[in-house]
Design a protein around this ligand. Structure first.
Ligand code: TRP
Length: 337
């Protein structure tokens, strides 16, 4: 049975952009495949601590796990939910992989370059982040790792480390994850979905943007979220058209409308073609978003801590079992066992 694996960091409350661009598509993918594949959903809490965490990390972790469930993840025997730091093999394999990764390839990682640029100092965790991520993937022989395009470089690194290790020991210890092009095909999107900042639609929606009206947080009151949509920046062209380059604001609204309603974007584009009043579109999107938030928040409030802990108990037992077996193979190859 194949394995599909993914995780979302839990440093804070997520935005509508995280929800529509990452969480929901992953949940839909997981539900589609969990009949015939293992689906591993984990919280990379060790990745969280490379930077500041808003509030309490354990609370954030629990909330993120509830997000998955509230977004509709159907849990069956093939769906495994766990926390990275509760499976010590991740850290152990990370160290071993550090010994085959090179400074050169790590120094080329875009995320590291962006995060360290111009800073007087940068913690080693930021530099090593992609190796831990490779360990997360390789321990479970995951072939498919649904992720945003900003993470594709990290999948390539996981592939390279797996190939290098297998070659070094003339072994097939690691399953090599699928190439990025195949990953994209598997996810069924032509390119990554990026929900834009409502006030500056050239940029990605981000929780760290100061302006409140730029972003919708998952715990926003639905009415407040609707108002933010109504005040979104558009343009003066006066035609509803999907054109991310010339009309990023309108295109963003069309994209949000499609994702919230789980309707193909093309259908939404056709539906609104010829419309000249942006207010009409905004009202419709505002209504869709506030309805989605209302329903999501209601589902979220119904999930108890106990329910999540019960899933974690089973999931972490499974994860430790699989990960430790793989780690042992690696330790043997290196002569550690
Ligand atoms: N790096 C991912 C992110 O920031 C989170 C992550 C860590 C991850 N390890 C992973 C995702 C392994 C998929 C697989 O979004």
């Amino acid at each position: 049975m194949k394995t599909i694996l993914t995780g979302i960091r839990s440093n804070s409350v997520l935005t509508l952009g995280n929800y529509l661009g990452a969480l929901l598509p992953m949940v839909r993918l997981a539900n589609k495949h969990s009949g015939e594949a293992h689906v591993n959903i984990f919280v990379p809490d060790l990745h969280s601590i490379i930077s500041e965490v808003d509030g309490d990390l354990q609370e954030n972790t629990l909330r993120t796990l509830k997000y998955w469930l509230a977004a509709g993840l159907e849990v069956n025997d093939n769906v495994h939910i766990y926390r990275q730091s509760y499976v010590s093999a991740h850290s152990e394999l990370c160290w071993i992989l550090n010994c085959i990764a090179t400074m050169g390839e790590m120094g080329r990682m875009t995320q590291y370059k962006e995060k360290s640029e111009g800073k007087a100092s940068c913690n080693v965790g930021i530099f090593d982040y992609p190796v831990l991520m490779a360990a997360d993937i390789l321990l479970y022989s995951a072939e498919y790792v649904p992720l945003g395009e900003d993470q594709f470089q990290h999948i390539e690194l996981a592939r390279n480390l797996a190939i290098r290790f297998n070659h070094k020991f003339d072994s097939e210890v690691f399953v090599v994850p699928a190439k990025t092009a195949e990953q994209v095909k598997f996810m069924g999107v032509s390119d990554g979905i990026r929900i834009r900042d409502l006030l500056n639609p050239e940029k990605k929606m981000s929780k760290s943007t100061a302006a409140e009206n730029s972003k919708i947080m998952l715990d926003d009151e639905p009415e407040k979220a609707a108002k933010k949509i109504m005040s979104a920046t558009t343009d003066s062209l006066g035609k509803v058209k999907f054109d991310m380059f010339n009309q990023p604001g309108i295109s963003n609204l069309l994209q949000i409308e499609a994702l919230v309603n789980d309707v193909p974007l093309e259908e939404i584009i056709t539906r609104w073609a010829g419309e000249t009043r942006y207010g009409e579109l905004k009202r419709k999107v505002a209504e869709s978003v506030s309805r989605e938030l209302t329903e999501f928040q209601a589902r979220l409030s119904e999930i108890s801590d106990e329910q999540v802990y019960a899933l974690l108990e089973v999931g972490e037992k499974y994860a430790n079992h699989v990960a430790n077996a793989k780690l042992l193979e690696v330790q043997k190859a290196f002569g550690l066992r």
